[in-house]
Design a protein around this ligand. Structure first.
Ligand code: SF4
Length: 158
């Protein structure tokens, strides 16, 4: 009869192990990269980095285009998929939507069908972003749990 062997216990992963492995991985990767990439930033580079993020703030929210890239959509943020709408700007976007509707009616009355098509595309995009703003507000709004009823536990009847 062979001797009983206890099964090997599973390895415990502690946060320190994970951190140590991550650090050694980063150190190994850094040795493979040119050291020039790990120098300190110059004040001009840091300033340019900060300025890029300041320029992302637009009237209806935040522009999410890639770092270091210019706006390729001619700042037509209402129609742009790179705009992350800010729910606090809902009133502003509702005003823009009402204005677009008035301009569509005017263009229709003047028979400018090309203008109508462009404005309708912008209106559809604006309505889509309004919907997103409402959804964001609902998601981050307060959750009403109702009033707690301590009557039964206090021995009271309703
Ligand atoms: S149009 Fe698009 S890419 Fe350009 S600033 Fe507005 S959100 Fe950014």
């Amino acid at each position: 009869m062979g001797q009983f062997q206890y099964p090997t216990p599973p390895l415990a992963i502690y946060p320190e192990d994970v951190i140590a492995h991550h650090r050694s991985y980063i150190a190994r990767r850094r040795k493979l990269r040119p050291s020039e990439e790990y120098r300190d930033l110059t004040p001009d580079e840091w300033n340019e980095f900060i300025t890029h993020f300041e320029l992302r703030k637009v009237a209806l929210g935040v522009c999410t285009r890639d770092y270091g890239t210019p706006c390729v959509h001619e700042h037509a943020c209402v129609r742009c998929p790179a705009l992350r709408p800010d729910p606090d700007q809902r009133d502003r976007l509702e005003e823009i939507t009402a204005n677009l509707q008035a301009r569509i009616e005017e263009a229709q009355a003047r028979g400018c069908r090309g203008e109508v098509a462009g404005l309708e595309a912008t209106l559809a995009a604006a309505q889509g972003k309004l919907k997103t703003m409402r959804e964001l507000l609902q998601r981050h709004g307060p959750t009403h749990l109702g009033m707690p009823n301590f009557g039964p536990s206090a021995g009271r009847r309703m």
